[in-house]
Design a protein around this ligand. Structure first.
Ligand SMILES: Cc1ncc(COP(=O)(O)O)c(C=O)c1O
Length: 396
């Protein structure tokens, strides 16, 4: 194995680049993986070098070889000008907003945004003089009607958290770029493997790497990729100045997850679609929210822009009591009841987004439930749910 020059590396297929990115055995004593480098202090050979910080790494908060190995893998997937990694997916949402907004600016945020990102926009940004407006995720190019002279950033997330509305990203980007407004996207659901956000003009692409990148529910991490060198410079400067370094073990685990992410998603995408179809045919289910299903309102956009789907989706049950929902979910043996997703295991959670949405009112007659499909056998998962539906009917 020989390290390829960047121009040769770039010509390889994505599948091969995900195996090679960020490792050079000649630089790691011959071992396959870039090792975990722990450290705060970097020592210099002499005073002159220290005075000008003449070294590949200058101090632990400015990065280290394990983190750089992860960044190489992120850059090859995202295709941006550069990226940074932070200790959670939530911080991957908040840091680019901090980096690019200032007092007096106006921010537009999709009403379907991940709820903790919304809390940041509601609780922290106004303290720094930033005005926030929520918009209908289906707005498309009409986003321009909400622009103010001080609008600086439009935040997108597609499909949206919990309710899975698709967004017309190309139309939003066109409207924003005509006015020098930045477009940021939480692209965790599709991952850069199924939606290369920068190729569609998105300026800042965010991943909760906690999900499919890590893939094993054992790491919290966020990644932020910038489309242009200027945006990357600002992002990196903010990252260094704030001091949000991640533990090298987390970088190592995330990189290890990335090596097999394509394989996991190749298994989980059809499993998620098959489970969504199976649920859609159940008499207890009123509606399935999954953009890869042909009758989903976001299907045309999904088909046009995305090359795949992850295994997270939601359903609306026909009207039934929460007690019955509890009876269904509490007795499941394979599905865990819990937040987060993107790991190898199946998860389920009840949710109600009607209480906090402000620009749109999702109309659910019955309770809503989110599913994440893992790597278990689908027949086993269906049997688990089949028994759950029997409990639901019995408790109704
Ligand atoms: C869409 C989305 N973005 C961001 C996050 C935040 O990731 P983390 O849990 O790593 O903070 C989540 C977590 O569930 C999420 O679902």
């Amino acid at each position: 194995m020989k390290k390829l020059p960047p121009s040769e590396f770039a010509k390889l297929s994505e599948k091969t680049r995900l195996v090679l990115a960020g490792r050079d055995p000649t630089d790691s004593y011959g071992f396959v993986n870039t090792p975990i480098v722990r450290g705060s202090t970097v020592v210099y050979p002499n005073t002159d070098d220290f005075m000008v910080r003449k070294a590949r790494y200058s101090y632990g908060t400015q990065g280290n070889p394990t983190i750089d190995a992860l960044l190489a893998a992120i850059d090859t997937m995202e295709g941006g000008a550069g990226s940074v990694v932070v200790p959670s997916g939530l911080m991957a949402c908040t840091l680019p907003l901090l980096a690019n907004l200032e007092a007096g600016d106006h921010l537009l945020v999709t009403d379907s945004v991940y709820r903790p990102t919304r809390s940041f926009c509601d609780k922290i940004l106004p303290r720094y003089g930033v005005e926030v407006t929520y918009y209908d995720p289906a707005i498309g190019g009409d986003i321009a009607s909400l622009f103010k002279p001080n609008t600086k950033v439009v935040w997108t997330e597609a499909p949206g958290s919990q309710t899975f509305e698709m967004q017309d990203i190309p139309a939003i980007v066109a409207a924003c770029h005509a006015r020098d407004i930045l477009v940021m996207m939480d692209n965790t659901w599709a991952t850069p493997l199924f939606f290369r956000a920068h190729d569609f003009g998105v300026d800042i692409s965010v991943q909760a790497g906690t999900k499919y990148f890590g893939g094993h529910s054992d790491v919290l991490i966020g990644t932020i990729s910038a489309r242009t060198p200027e945006l990357y410079k600002r992002l990196r400067e903010t990252w260094e100045t704030i001091g949000v370094i991640i533990a090298p073990e987390d970088a190592f685990l995330t990189l290890r997850g990335i090596r097999t992410m394509k394989l996991r998603l190749a298994e989980q995408m059809p499993a998620g679609i098959e489970m969504a179809r199976w649920l859609a045919a159940r008499p207890e289910v009123a509606r399935v929210m999954h953009p890869a299903l042909p009758d989903d309102p976001g299907h045309a956009i999904w088909k046009r822009d995305f090359t795949g789907a992850s295994s997270l989706f939601a359903i609306e049950l026909k009207p039934v009591s929460m007690k019955a929902v509890g009876a269904m979910l509490d007795g499941l043996t394979l599905f865990g009841i819990g937040a987060s997703w993107g790991g190898y295991e199946s998860l389920v959670l009840p949710f109600d987004c009607a209480s906090y949405r402000t620009a749109t009112r999702p109309s659910h007659a019955g309770p809503t439930i989110r599913f994440h499909i893992g790597l278990e056998d689908l027949a086993d998962l269906k049997a688990d749910l089949e028994a759950g539906f029997a409990r639901l009917r019995a408790a109704a």
